[in-house]
Each structure stands twice: as C-alpha cells, then as structure tokens.
Ligand binder design. Structure first.
Ligand code: UGA
Length: 435
C-alpha cells in the first residue's frame, strides 16, 4: 500500500510554509499535509516549480509522488514561485534549501540567508522561522543576528532532518526522533506541536544542541562505516572472513546490525560534506577533531584500495576494459552526488582503463565511460567486472550470463553483494572486501 494511503492520527491543523522543494523540503511538506496541516511550498527553480504545478514530482523517491498527490488532492498542499507569498500568514516557516560545501569544508549559507531574506518582511512573531537545512553548530546564532539586521523579529528554531534518500517518505511519516532546538520555548513548543501526528520521540533542546545532534549522527555513522571498512581490510590481511567478524559484532546489542556493510567508502550529498563541515566548525572553536579527520582520509583511501583490487585483477589498467555495475552513491537512488562509484570510474579512467557502465537509475557523462543498457552489456568484453553500488538487481544477476560475455575471469565486488559461491560456480573468480 503506498504510504499516502496511511492516515495519520488527527491533530491541530496549522498553516505551514516550506521554502525549498528538494528531497527534504518536499518530503517534509507532503508529510505535514498528510498530518492535516495546510502547507504552502516556495520553490525558486522555475523548472521544478512548473513540474510540481503540473502534478509531476521531479524526484525519484518511493511513495513521494503519491504522498504529494494526496496532499494536493486534499487541498492542503500548494506550490508557489514566490517565497513571501508562500510564507505570508503561515504559523511556521520551514527553510529547507541546500547548504552546499563552501570554502575549507565550511558550509555555504548563502541559500539559507537568501531564503530568510525573501520572507523576513512577512514572518512575524510568534511564527518561527524553522531551519531544516543542515547547518553546523553555531549557525543559529549567526542567523539570528542576520535576521535582526533584516529587521525580522521572528524567533528561530532548528529542526534538523534525518531522512535517508530512498526512504524519505517512511522517515518523514515515521521518524526515529524529532529534534527541536531553540532559545525561545514558545516557538519550540509550536514546532513540537506540528509533529504530534508522527508519534515520534521528541528531543527539545537549545539551538546549538539541535545543530550538533544532526552532525553528530551523520559523523557517527560515517565513522562507523569507516571502521567497518577497516575491519574488512584487516580481515583480508589476517585471513579472516569479514562477514563472520561483522556478524559477531552485529549480535552485540551495544553495536547492532545496521550500517555494518563494507563498501567503497561512504558517499552521497550528506556524509562527506557533513563530516568535513563538523571538522571545520570544530576548528573555529579551537578543536582539532583528529578522529574525524582520520575518517575523511581513511574514506578516501578506501577508493584507492578498490582501484588496486581492480588493477591486480586486470593485470594493470592501461588499455583494459572494466565493466562497472552502479553509478549511484547507493542503491535505490539516481543520485550520483559524491558517489564512490563515480569516483572509482574517474580513477580507473585516469589509470588508462575504458569503462562500460550500467546503473538502473543513475546517469553520468564521463570521458572514458560508456553507458550501456544492462548489466550483461556492461560485462561484455570486460577484463574485470566491478560492483560499485548495492542495487538489489545486481544481487539477482545470473553469474553464468556475465561469465559468458566477459573477457577476463575476475569479479571485484566492492559491496559484498553477490553470492560468491554462485559466481565461482559460473567459472569466475570472486574478490570482495574482506571475503
Ligand atoms: C544520510 C543519513 O543516513 C540520513 O539520516 C541523513 O538525514 C542524510 O544523510 C542527510 O544528512 O541528509 P543518505 O545520504 O541518504 O542519508 O545516505 P545513507 O543511506 O545513510 O548512505 C550513506 C553512504 O553510506 C552511502 O554511500 C552508502 O552506500 C554507504 N553505506 C551505508 C555503506 O557503505 N554501508 C552501509 O552499511 C550503509
């Protein structure tokens, strides 16, 4: 059943504005509409706005199109090109615009500041301005000062988003927790009230703690994945099976089973950027976050390790053909921002290889990389086949069909995704991470 069909418990309906219709903004807006609120979305990009106005959802996110359609059909979700028009009369205005990486790893706040400026004249206390965009600790204090300079007296609330791409709807309708940070108790209470229908644990705190809660979560998960890759690497060195080691680790409830899959390094639009931003933010407070600096460096090394595996398997890269399975930064998304698969492709091409790449959803235009229509076409004539993204479709491939068209005999599985016995049974040599 699509998530849009799931009714949420009825709660006091409010007028809400959301600025920015990206993954976070659109999912948040549609979630609020599902919870019964009347939501007006401001979107600056005319192409995205036009799509939304014609009922199209320009993001490949399971269940999101249905959730948006249901909000629109109920008359509770509308889209506007003018932020001030979207925000006028709202009881809370959420800012969900991008916070890209700026200089030295610090976050570029220009979109957030522009969004605040666009509504500063129409948002009045007690309606809060709510920062959903990821902003590092200490930002709310800066934004508050900027708001006062803009002549806006609205209180500021930090309400970070924790949704994962590929499960945005689930995460918005059934969040693990809601974090609301503000130095204004009344504004915080209003924002908490907007979330009652989601029935999630709520952490009410100061603005800086809410900001840090977001970065600490992403940095912790990135660190954990880096550790997992280190365990896989060490497993190879000592002749252990990383799968067994990690299974034992996962069974300890203090560790738990999630985020324990070795890979080519964490990627995407969040982890890499957020870890670097936290290091940069800590530095401005005189703290050298050595641990996280090591995470950043080790995560880069992981790409080199995978490239070395491919080079070993092919007997050098110059003039070799590598079949690449996956371009997206993870399975289930078309997103290639900071994709380890793309970073691997770039390194392999720089080493002299030619690539034949297939991804079920993602497209990239890279010199030396030929996009092909399916996995077997990627394997055709390949000296080595490299699995770079954890698409479930790849796990279901018939290794015999791949073996029949490959020139070489080695499959490098940088996601430990394939059934290694089945690969071996097809006459191919399987090389995973720590397996
Ligand atoms: C991440 C967080 O998981 C969200 O909670 C957060 O809201 C979001 O960033 C954000 O800050 O906006 P997302 O970028 O969608 O979400 O990516 P994840 O699903 O967490 O995956 C991140 C990377 O870790 C991917 O490259 C993935 O392939 C890798 N990964 C994940 C592994 O290599 N192994 C695992 O076991 C899990």
């Amino acid at each position: 059943m699509p998530p849009a069909a799931e009714p949420l418990p009825a709660t006091g309906a409010r007028r809400v504005a959301v600025l920015g219709a990206g993954y976070v903004g659109l999912a948040t807006a549609a979630g609020f509409a599902q919870a019964g609120h009347r939501v007006r979305v401001g979107e600056a990009d005319p192409i995205r706005l036009a799509a939304l106005l014609t009922g199209e959802v320009p993001l490949a996110e399971p269940g999101l199109a249905e959730l948006v359609a249901s909000g629109v059909a109920a008359g509770r979700l509308t889209f506007h090109g003018d932020n001030a028009a979207a925000a006028a009369g709202a009881e809370a205005v959420f800012v969900a615009v991008p916070t890209p990486e700026g200089e030295g790893g610090a976050v570029d706040l220009s979109f957030v500041l522009a969004a605040l400026r666009s509504v500063a004249g129409v948002v009045r206390p007690p309606a809060p301005l709510v920062i959903k965009s990821s902003v590092p600790p200490g930002t709310a204090a800066r934004l508050n000062a900027a708001l006062r300079e803009m002549g806006c007296a609205a209180p500021l609330v930090v309400n970070p988003e924790f949704l994962q791409e590929g499960r945005a709807v689930e995460d918005v309708l059934h969040p693990y927790r809601i974090v609301v940070g503000s130095d204004d108790a009344e504004a915080a209470a209003l924002v908490v009230g907007l979330h009652v229908a989601f029935e999630a644990p709520v952490v009410v705190t100061g603005a800086a703690a809410a900001e840090l809660a977001k970065y600490a979560t992403n940095a912790y998960l990135a660190m954990r994945l880096t550790f997992v890759n280190a365990v896989a690497h060490l497993s190879e060195a000592v002749g252990a099976d990383a799968g067994d080691v990690l299974e034992a680790l996962a069974l300890d409830p203090r560790v738990g089973p999630q985020y324990l899959r070795p890979g080519p390094g964490y990627g995407g639009s969040c982890f890499p950027k957020d870890v670097r931003a936290l290091v940069a933010a800590a530095a401005t407070h005189g703290h050298d976050l050595k641990l996280l600096r090591a995470v950043v460096e080790t995560n880069e090394d992981q790409l080199d390790r995978v490239v070395a595996k491919v080079r070993d398997a092919a007997g050098g890269l110059e003039g070799k053909v590598v079949g690449l399975l996956g371009l997206a930064f993870k399975g289930g998304t078309a997103d290639t921002r900071n994709s380890p698969a793309v970073a691997l492709a770039v390194r392999l091409v720089a080493g002299g290889a030619r690539l034949r790449a297939f991804d079920p959803a993602a497209r990239v235009d890279l010199p030396g990389v030929e996009a092909v229509a399916d996995a077997v076409a990627a394997a055709a004539g390949a000296d080595v086949l490299l699995v770079a993204t954890e698409w479930p479709e790849f796990a279901a491939l018939d290794p015999a069909a791949l073996a029949a068209v490959m020139r070489g005999r080695v499959v490098v599985d940088a996601r430990n995704l394939l059934d290694r016995e089945a690969v071996a049974a097809a006459g191919l040599e399987y090389r995973g991470l720590g397996r």
